[in-house]
Design a protein around this ligand. Sequence first.
Ligand code: SF4
Length: 335
Amino acid sequence: MNAPVLEIRGLDVDYGLGDEAVHAVRDVHLTLHRGEVLGLAGESGSGKSTLAYGLTRLLPPPGVIRGGEVIYHPDDGEPYDVLKLTPRQLRGFRWAETSIVFQGAMNSLNPVHKVSTQLIDVIKAHEPKSTRVSRLARARELLTLVGISADRLESYPHQLSGGMRQRVMIAMALALEPRVVIMDEPTTALDVVMQRQILGQLVELRERLGFSVLFITHDLSLLVEFSDRIAIMYGGRIVEQAPAAQLYKDSLHPYSDGLLHSFPALRGPRRELTGIPGSPPDQRAMPTGCSFHPRCPRAFEPCAERVPVLGTPTGRGDPTRTVACWLHPAPEPVA
Ligand code: SF4
């Protein structure tokens, strides 16, 4: 595995303060490696988007980062904690080192400005010494990079299809050649064919430009196809991490298993679609012990009492896999 580019260590994010606080992200440890596509999956409300907003420090109030570190490893220089950057340093970090593509391109693009203006604004804000001619040339290049004809620079967002708007957002995210691109459900509003086209293109761009991607979605079938590794989140915690192919073939956590049996098999023999009984937990009243136990078909004696710790499962001898489940006791918790 390549060297890490972003390490999330023990991140805790709450909404609100004191006894009323909702613990949306709990003690999350996650590492994104250079050039990798890391998928993050889970149902709505599992804490995926809160994690993305927390690590980029874009959390809207009443979101509060209660603890942990987000260590960024630059190409040159010492690693640093993103959570400790000053507002000025943070402005330099965003877009240039890490960019984020949000859900719903129509809401993210300004409807009253042409695509050219919006792309040029991003370049100008971070490279104020660049000339108008060079900014325009870069905007044309970026649009072509994501498969849109440069003629569309003079279009307004409403003149583009949903897929094109999402591509414009990806072009914007790549404008300053960041090393990390975070994508929060970027293709949810698009049809399945368009989703796959855009993701295929993203993976191809990653290979050409060498950035890393943290791809967040509730659709595990997409991640199985396009990610190198997958992390599964439930009740604000990471409950399993594995290389994508291994997770698909042999998931260890019953929740991952439920997610995998919620969509038809892409290849190989057909399998029964079972889904997951019940609903995601209410973050204001989380179940005791393993938060999945009220829905888990394999729950047993310790599950309702003790919180399982994420670690390398005993006897697997595979350090690339981690799971938090009492079915697979972990001798080496993730630190
Ligand atoms: Fe199910 Fe228990 Fe594992 Fe939780 S710890 S997923 S309840 S078996």
